[in-house]
Design a protein around this ligand. Structure first.
Ligand SMILES: NC(=O)c1ccc[n+]([C@@H]2O[C@H](COP(=O)([O-])OP(=O)(O)OC[C@H]3O[C@@H](n4cnc5c(N)ncnc54)[C@H](OP(=O)(O)O)[C@@H]3O)[C@@H](O)[C@H]2O)c1
Length: 425
């Protein structure tokens, strides 16, 4: 016999309205909508609901013995954390889409849930790749490398720049006009949204809720149209990647713009889509392309969590408190794209390559285009494999040369096992 779970949805915004719509359709016998929590009860909603469902104080649903699960889709931090912790203490299970809360307060939330024998579903925090992570289930903990595009706004901007030859500023304006980017797009374009998701995924695949509060993170603000064109000439697309790599007990994690080889799944991702590529410890590569946000994609993730709770299925919740020690990114060995801004005069390249040579950095290519006389011109180089710390030390010296007019831009190149993966789903 089906046992129905009684659900309260806290939030009736972009995400909440989708969850409420699906629950009100009444086609899921395991789930029944009991209450909706909002802040402004007088607000006009996209569809009407029975007014007796609406409450404005979330402590009402926390104390209500007729509610089994609370879906937290209010956003923000303070109220959301307070709701989640009090609800767990009052015997409720939780489903949330709040990535900031899970990445920054996962420690208190998961440890309390485990202590009390409760469940926290958080597929909605990494919508774009939740299906693959959950399909892999426990084997996700055998993942060796994860490379993912997790922010639709950044991918829209970068792929639009590549397709239309427009500047970063123009592409950002268009992303804002189309509703992909907020007026304050900093969380997206500075890489923070991707970093929150990568922190959550790191906890999931490492089975720990003791995730590092900060990870190395760089956004896409200073990627120029020239970078995109040079990368294309060299056979790469530029993508904002979140990367987790585990090798011999050490974990390398970062969020950075990265040159991704053409012909791979990640390089082909256009517009606001998300994608994830996973390689396990047996070298098996798999991938998934999916929308990373939006009302219905997030609704599906939340409903799947609710169904798992209703059916007593095990949700992927980190259960240990093991700290993760991150590898210093200076230790990464890889190939790099460098964009130097130099005076347009003879013997400039000789000065730069001498410094690089002194640090055993060998170059795979150098591109300098003829251009109209200008104060400074770009020179693009790609390196052979080098340790990042060594490269940065050399470039500090290069950037001090009188002929170098701006800080050199460094972009890592994704190499190695990234192949066309088998698509799941
Ligand atoms: N939007 C997406 O595509 C997406 C995707 C994945 C995850 N998420 C996450 O999902 C969460 C919700 O996002 P959203 O875009 O749906 O936000 P939103 O459109 O701003 O909606 C927030 C809702 O929560 C209600 N609310 C806020 N604070 C409240 C409080 N203290 N008490 C009661 N109700 C409160 C608001 O009530 P009123 O309507 O009455 O003002 C509103 O209905 C966020 O954590 C976000 O990061 C969003």
């Amino acid at each position: 016999m089906i046992k129905t779970k009684r659900v309260a949805v806290a939030g009736f915004g972009n995400v909440g309205k989708g969850v409420i719509e699906v629950l009100l359709q009444g086609q899921i016998p395991e789930l029944k909508l009991e209450k909706i929590v909002v802040k402004h009860p007088g607000k006009i909603r996209p569809f009407s609901v029975d007014p007796s469902l609406i409450v404005t104080d979330f402590s009402q649903v926390i104390r209500d013995p007729n509610i089994d699960v609370i879906v937290e889709v209010m956003g923000g931090i303070k109220d959301a954390v307070s709701l989640i912790l009090s609800a767990l203490r009052n015997g409720k299970d939780i489903v949330t889409a709040n990535k900031v809360v899970i990445s920054q307060h996962g420690n208190e939330i998961f440890s309390l849930a485990i202590k009390l024998g409760r469940t926290v579903g958080f597929r909605g925090t990494f919508v774009g790749c939740n299906a693959l992570i959950h399909d892999l289930s426990l084997s996700a903990r055998r993942i060796r490398r994860m490379c993912a595009i997790l922010n639709g706004t950044c991918n829209y901007i970068l792929s639009h720049m590549a397709r239309s030859g427009i500047s970063f500023e123009q592409a950002l304006r268009e992303a804002q006009e189309k509703g992909y980017a907020e007026a304050n797009a900093s969380e997206d374009i500075d890489g923070l949204d991707t970093a929150h998701k990568i922190q959550i995924l790191l906890g999931v695949i490492s089975n720990t809720y003791n995730i590092p509060p900060d990870i190395p993170c760089e956004g896409i603000r200073d990627i120029t149209m020239q970078d995109i064109q040079y990368a294309k000439e060299l056979g790469y697309a530029i993508k904002l990647l979140g990367v987790i790599e585990r090798e011999n007990g050490s974990v390398t994690v970062f969020v950075r713009p990265t040159l991704v080889p053409h012909g791979t799944m990640l390089a082909s991702i256009e517009d606001a889509n998300n994608a994830i590529e996973l390689e396990n410890d047996l070298g098996v590569v798999s991938g998934l392309i999916a929308p990373g946000a939006g009302t219905y994609p997030t609704t599906v993730a939340i409903i799947n969590d609710l169904l798992d709770i209703a059916r007593g299925a095990t949700l992927m919740m980190p259960t240990l408190n093991t700290p993760i020690v991150l590898n210093d990114i200076g230790n990464i060995r890889g190939r790099y794209y460098l964009r130097l801004t130099v005076k347009d005069q003879p013997r400039v390249l000789a000065q730069i390559t001498r410094i690089l040579g002194d640090h055993d950095i060998s170059l795979a290519s150098v591109i300098q285009k003829e251009s109209a006389p200008a104060e400074a011109v770009p020179v693009v180089m790609t390196t052979h494999e080098v340790k990042e710390r060594e490269l940065r030390t050399a470039l500090e010296k290069v950037d001090q040369l009188e002929v170098v007019k701006a800080k050199t831009k460094i972009i890592p190149i994704l190499e190695g096992r990234s192949q066309q993966p088998a698509f799941i789903r």
